[in-house]
Each structure stands twice: as structure tokens, then as C-alpha cells.
Write a protein that binds this ligand. Structure first.
Ligand SMILES: Cc1cc2nc3c(=O)[nH]c(=O)nc-3n(C[C@H](O)[C@H](O)[C@H](O)COP(=O)(O)O)c2cc1C
Length: 420
């Protein structure tokens, strides 16, 4: 029986994870249907590869319906392989789980064969390989099977089961398929580092454009790279991420819902529409502070020697979120050319933020670059993250956000316990 804490752990860790499930020709193949359902309940994405023998035990149609993706079984499929589908599939996965794993599949994997799609994938995939054997107790106990399993373990494969008990053939012994719920618990521990597992995060990124006329606008030098890296890192940490991005030339990150906007007003609307559903708000966008009071309907002609464009303040999206009644954990990015710490701490207090990530942009650092450094500041602490590439920096920042977010949750929980 699963403890409640195990269930909560699973909910967090499997969110967004990509499980490539290999199903082989064992009588336990029918249990893969339940396994897929439970994985998807926990937020994992599942793609299924079946051996030819597996399809004698359970239909691809069943597993396709439950996984929500076409099932693949053929390595030499001219259509799927027109884009080297088996390599793509192997690169897609966060983990390969072969469940059930037959004695024959274990033998092929131990030998490093690649004569079918599943074994080829296991050679290509550079991710953890988890094997859940299921077979008659004598097949399992046989020296050949044991030698294969120990070779696979030496190479890093992890064994899930088999367990002892009554077998499909009526015999009693070791060789039974591990129950899907137990497989799920094991798998969730595999992803236990998902520090934001199950949390909902909104990230803003890029600049905003404030129109002067139909062809001209006020903008800034933000490339969106830092915000996109933060969105990617939060998704990697298990969060469900919505990225609200101003105009940038970056591709939508994997596993992230992306909303493209242009102006500060549109960004504000997109954020406010979704913010009540989010736990953490990370404002990495360089939102225009001012916009032209009027947008000319037609292109402004080059007639006057001088012209003045009157600007008005835009709404402060970050402050609007942090000052909401049930505000999420709010992180603001600031870019300064001097007195970085003073301005950053000032913003933390005046805008009631939980954390500030401050960028020194005086030395050409930050904007449009692939590398960056950050000073991360919160109420009772701060950390300097030295210059490194934005992906690495974003992962480190997300770790700190997760720590502080969880610490704040723990304090609030203990407060509510005391009050009761
Ligand atoms: C009714 C039946 C049940 C079987 N159950 C198992 C089993 O539980 N485990 C196993 O390793 N092989 C089992 N086999 C044998 C495999 O199906 C056979 O070795 C097959 O070649 C495995 O192919 P695969 O590893 O490519 O899926 C069973 C065969 C039959 C006919």
C-alpha cells in the first residue's frame, strides 16, 4: 500500500517527465496498460515501443489510446525512419523503462543487439535504463538470465523487481512483475531532484514594444535569452511553466506553454489572466516603463526639424502581482548600471518581492549576451552567481527559488499549525 507521502512525492516528481516505455512479450504485458494510466495521471508523458512478441499479448491500439501517442514497434519503418525516428525517440526520453522485460529482451540488451526498435533505442538513449523483469521463476533463476542481468547492472541499468509470489503459470517463486504502483514510486524517486515538481510557474521574458506609429516603436535591448533559460530550467525542475514573451527571435522552449505578446499592456493582460493559477511568478522581461501617450494612426512624416514624443507610465506588472491579496512567490529581475545592491534591495522592499535577481548591465553584460552573472537577494540572504552561460545560471537560480519558495511554504505551514 502506498503512503500518502509517497503519493505526494510521485505527483511532484513525475510532472513533465518523458518516459519511453518498452513493452515486451511477457504475460505481464497487460499490466503495462495500468502503468501507462498511472504515469499519465502523475503528469508524465509516455511513448510506447512494443516488441513483436508484446503485440501478441496486448494490442498497440490499447496502449496508444492510454498513452495518447502512436505506438512504435518497427525499426525498419520507412515512414517513421525518414527522419531517423529511433534517434529522435531516444533523444526525447528522460528515462527508458522496459516493463515488463522478458528474458529474451534482457539477453538481447546484455549482448548489445539492435535488431529491433526497442533494443536499438536502448543503445542510443543516453538516459537511465530501468528494467522490470517478468517471467517464470525457473527462467529468472537460470544462470544465463542471471548473468545477463548482472552484466546489465554493471553497465548501470537499474533493476525493478522481479518480486516473489504466485505466477501466471500457477507456480510460486521469484519472477513476478513488480506492481505498477510500486514501479511508479521507484520511478518518482528517480526524478526526486525535481525541486519544483508540480508547481505552476509563470515567467516573463524579452522586451516589450510600445508603438509610436504603425512602423516605429520604443523598445530595449533585451534578447529574452535569460527569461527563456529560466523557463526551461523551471520545466526541467518539474514545474508547469507558462512563458509570456515579448517579441524575440527565440524558439519556444520544450515543455513550456508560450504566450507571445508585443506591448507592456498585452504582457500585463496575459500575466493577470493566468496569475491566480500560479505558485511562482518570475519577471525576467524588460517591460517598457513608458509608452507613447498616443499612437499615430498613420506613419509620421519627416517634416518637422524636431519632434517630441510624450510618454506615459505603463502599469508595473511585477508590483501588480506582488501586491495582490494571494500573491504567488514573486521574483523580479532588475538591471542597473550602478549601485546594484542598493537598488536591488530597495526594490525587494518597495515592491514587496520575495526575491530579486539583479544584473549589472554597466559593463555590456546581460543584454543580448549568452553569459550573465546575477546577484540574488531575498529578505534574509543573498548569493552571488558568477559569470557563466545563461542556461547554467538559470538552473542555479531556479534551485535558489525552489529553496526559498519551499522555506516560505514551511514557515507559513507552521504558522497555520500554531494558529489552530
Ligand atoms: C503464453 C506465453 C507467455 C510468456 N510469458 C513470458 C514471460 O512472462 N516472460 C518471458 O520472459 N517470456 C515469456 N514468454 C516467452 C516470450 O514471449 C518469448 O521469449 C519472446 O520471444 C519474447 O520476445 P521479446 O523479448 O522480443 O518481447 C511467454 C510466451 C508465451 C507463449
Amino acid at each position: 500500500m502506498l503512503l500518502l507521502s509517497d503519493k505526494l512525492l510521485q505527483m511532484k516528481n513525475l510532472q513533465n517527465k518523458r518516459v519511453l516505455l518498452g513493452v515486451t512479450g511477457s504475460i505481464a504485458a497487460y499490466k503495462s496498460a495500468e502503468l501507462i494510466r498511472r504515469l499519465r495521471e502523475q503528469g508524465a508523458e509516455v511513448r510506447v515501443v512494443m516488441t513483436q512478441a508484446a503485440m501478441e499479448f496486448i494490442t498497440p491500439l490499447t496502449l496508444q489510446t492510454l498513452s495518447g501517442s502512436p505506438v512504435r514497434s518497427d525499426l525498419l519503418d520507412s515512414q517513421d525512419e525518414s527522419t531517423m525516428g529511433h534517434i529522435e525517440l531516444a533523444r526525447w526520453a528522460d528515462v527508458v523503462l522496459v516493463a515488463p522485460a522478458s528474458a529474451d529482451t534482457l539477453a538481447r540488451l546484455a549482448q548489445g543487439r539492435s535488431n529491433d526498435l526497442l533494443s536499438a533505442l536502448c543503445l542510443v538513449a543516453d538516459v537511465p535504463l530501468l528494467l522490470a523483469p517478468a517471467m517464470n521463476r525457473s527462467m529468472w533463476a537460470h544462470a544465463a538470465t542471471q548473468a545477463n542481468v548482472s552484466l546489465l547492472q554493471q553497465r548501470g541499468a537499474q533493476l525493478l523487481g522481479p518480486v516473489s509470489g504466485e505466477q501466471a503459470c500457477g507456480e510460486l517463486g521469484e519472477g513476478r512483475f513488480m506492481e505498477p504502483t510500486d514501479l511508479l514510486t521507484y520511478l518518482s524517486h528517480q526524478f526526486a531532484s525535481g525541486s519544483l515538481g508540480g508547481q505552476r510557474v509563470i515567467v516573463t521574458a524579452g522586451p516589450t514594444r510600445e508603438a509610436i506609429d504603425p512602423v516605429r516603436y520604443v523598445c530595449n535591448r533585451s534578447s529574452g535569452k535569460m527569461g527563456f533559460a529560466v523557463a526551461r530550467a523551471a520545466a526541467e525542475a518539474g514545474a508547469r511553466v507558462v512563458l509570456v514573451s515579448g517579441p524575440v527571435t527565440l524558439d519556444q522552449p520544450d515543455r513550456v506553454e508560450c504566450i507571445r505578446v508585443e506591448s507592456a499592456e498585452q504582457m500585463k493582460n496575459a500575466v493577470l489572466e493566468r496569475v491566480s493559477e500560479c505558485d511562482i511568478f518570475i519577471s525576467a522581461a524588460a517591460v517598457a516603463d513608458y509608452r507613447p501617450v498616443q499612437k499615430a494612426v498613420d506613419k509620421i512624416k519627416k517634416t518637422a526639424e524636431q519632434m517630441t514624443i510624450q510618454l506615459e507610465r505603463t502599469v508595473d506588472i511585477l508590483a501588480s502581482v506582488s501586491q495582490m491579496a494571494n500573491s504567488p512567490f514573486t521574483v523580479g529581475f532588475v538591471a542597473e548600471t550602478r549601485s546594484l545592491h542598493d537598488y536591488a534591495r530597495g526594490k525587494l522592499v518597495s515592491k514587496q518581492l520575495d526575491m530579486v535577481a539583479a544584473n549589472d548591465v554597466s559593463a555590456g553584460q546581460g543584454f543580448e549576451q549568452d553569459d550573465n552573472a546575477l546577484e540574488v537577494i531575498w529578505a534574509d540572504g543573498q548569493l552571488s552567481l558568477p559569470l557563466c552561460n545563461k542556461d547554467k545560471l538559470a538552473r542555479r537560480l531556479v534551485e535558489i527559488i525552489a529553496e526559498q519558495y519551499n522555506a516560505k511554504g514551511a514557515v507559513e505551514d507552521s504558522g497555520s499549525t500554531l494558529r489552530h
